[in-house]
Structure formats: structure tokens, C-alpha cells
Design a binder for this molecule. Structure first.
Ligand SMILES: [Zn+2]
Ligand SMILES: [Zn+2]
Length: 278
């Protein structure tokens, strides 16, 4: 299991990605539900400053400072640069907790910035924020977790295995391979429908899906099911996880989503009243 999440539109949203100890958003209840896993979290990435995405940060800080776990581990919280609400909240959290046992840092990030997550000879992974459109007053980001990988250059891909082995021996693997960037995970945050270029070829896509019916949407600041499905059909996504679903759909949710199908894409959803594990 690599992902634990909870998401109920308007109430609380958080996604914990354990392989890199990343927490995307920190809605209320996150420390209660993650319990001692809260000590494992290294970096928090906030998508925007609405309460349902940030309220749990206060208790994460408090839990890590007071419970019996490892209190020394630093915690870094990244957020969209210029987001006033988050800056005010960060200021409050720092003042209210001036005797922290661990290092707490708030770091503003800009879109397309590269935030290193893992840099080893075998694996390079980083976070890349991208701009999304939510409410008019809110600077909001989605986040990609990107892995730098190597593959054979186009001209060598059709060669038989023995030939490749021979080439590696004679001219070296660097000569015949190239690096490319693979989106391992994409988190949409609260947004209208994302752009195709943002989600193409991603392995796991969390796309918000506040509305199952477009007619229920009064303002254009969230996505609806039919448009997410249409978009993903064209985008070569391995796994689509719908989240930030409104609790008004609890009764009809499973019935509605059972009918949805995208060839080549696995579709899952975060039930608004249950912990999601994947
Ligand atoms: Zn929200
Ligand atoms: Zn929001």
C-alpha cells in the first residue's frame, strides 16, 4: 500500500504518498487517521488555502511536538507563492508554537519549480507544481511527482536484444540511451478540469470530481465526472483516482461510477466517508 487518503468536498482532503513520505494537503482529521504515521511525513504540499485542505496542519504540528514519537524530524510545508490565506495561517502556527522541538519551515513555491525529493544515482525524483484554476481569489496549484528515467533512443528500439548487448559493450549504454521524465503521480488539487498537457502519460492521476452531475455545479470552480472522463480518455493515464467528491452523492456513488469505463485506464474513487488505501 502506497497511498492513504481521505477526501470529502468542503470538509477535509489529504493524500499521503508513503514511498516518498509526502502529504498532499492536510484537511482536518489527518493526524487522527494517520496516527503514528504522521511522524513519517517529511514534506507537505498544500494545493491552496481553503480550510478543508489546511485545517489539519495545526494538529500535525501539535501531535509531532507532544506525542512520544520522533520529535526531532524536520517538517517542510510547501505552498503556492503569494497565497495570502496560507501565509497568515503559517504566521499564526509559527507564533502559536514558538517552542517547537523540530524544525518547521514554510516554503513558497512557484509553478514549474523543481523541488528535489530523491537524488540518488539510481533514482531522481522531484515535485513540479503547476498552476490550476479554482476560485478567483485563490492561488492554487496541482503537483506532479516526476521521475527521471532512461530509455533506448528511438533508433535502437527495434533492434534485437543481442544487438543491444553488443552495442552496450562496444560504445556504452550512455550512447544508445536518453533520459526522459515520467509523471509518477499527479494531484489536481481543487480546480476546474485540468488541461490535457498537464496529465498526459501520468501513472496515477488524482483528479478532483466534486460533482457527479454537471447540473449541480453553480459556479465554474470545480470539475464534474463526465468532463474528467472525456479528458482522461485522451491522455494515456494508467490509474485515475477521482476525489474531492461531494457527500451529496454518497447513496448513488457506486452505482454511477460502476458505469464509467475508459479503455486502458483503471478508475478508482475516494469515497467521501471512507479512508482510501491503494
Ligand atoms: Zn476543497
Ligand atoms: Zn477549494
Amino acid at each position: 500500500m502506497n497511498i492513504i487518503a481521505f477526501s470529502k468536498a468542503l470538509y477535509s482532503t489529504w493524500i499521503y504518498y508513503s514511498p516518498e513520505r509526502l502529504l498532499f494537503d492536510s484537511g482536518e482529521g489527518v493526524s487522527t487517521m494517520l496516527s503514528n504515521k504522521i511522524y513519517a511525513v517529511r514534506n507537505v504540499f498544500l494545493t491552496h488555502g481553503h480550510v478543508d485542505h489546511i485545517a489539519g496542519l495545526w494538529s500535525i504540528i501539535n501531535t509531532r511536538n507532544n506525542a512520544m514519537g520522533d520529535r526531532e524530524k524536520p517538517l517542510t510545508v510547501y505552498y503556492p507563492a503569494g497565497n495570502r490565506g496560507i501565509e497568515l495561517y503559517a504566521d499564526f502556527l509559527k507564533r502559536a508554537n514558538n517552542e517547537l522541538r523540530f524544525k518547521l519551515e514554510f516554503v513558497p513555491v512557484k509553478q514549474n519549480e523543481r523541488i528535489p525529493i530523491r537524488e540518488q544515482s539510481s533514482t531522481t525524483r522531484y515535485i513540479k507544481p503547476f498552476s490550476v484554476v479554482h476560485t478567483y481569489s485563490e492561488t492554487a496549484y496541482g503537483y506532479h511527482l516526476i521521475e527521471v528515467r532512461r530509455r533506448l533512443k528511438e533508433e535502437y528500439r527495434s533492434l534485437p536484444k543481442e544487438e543491444i548487448t553488443r552495442l552496450v559493450k562496444s560504445i556504452g549504454s550512455d550512447e544508445i540511451t536518453e533520459t526522459y521524465e515520467k509523471k509518477v503521480l499527479t494531484i489536481s488539487g481543487d480546480t476546474v478540469l485540468l488541461k490535457k498537457e498537464d496529465i498526459i502519460d501520468t501513472e496515477i492521476l488524482f483528479h478532483e470530481c466534486t460533482f457527479l452531475k454537471k447540473e449541480d455545479r453553480k459556479f465554474n470552480n470545480h470539475a464534474s465526472l463526465d468532463e474528467v472522463i472525456e479528458l482522461v480518455k485522451e491522455a494515456n493515464v494508467q490509474t485515475l483516482i477521482l476525489y474531492h467528491i461531494s457527500s451529496r452523492y454518497v447513496r448513488s456513488l457506486e452505482r454511477t461510477l460502476r458505469k464509467v469505463n475508459i479503455p486502458g485506464t483503471r478508475i478508482l474513487f475516494v469515497h467521501p466517508e471512507k479512508i482510501f488505501e491503494y
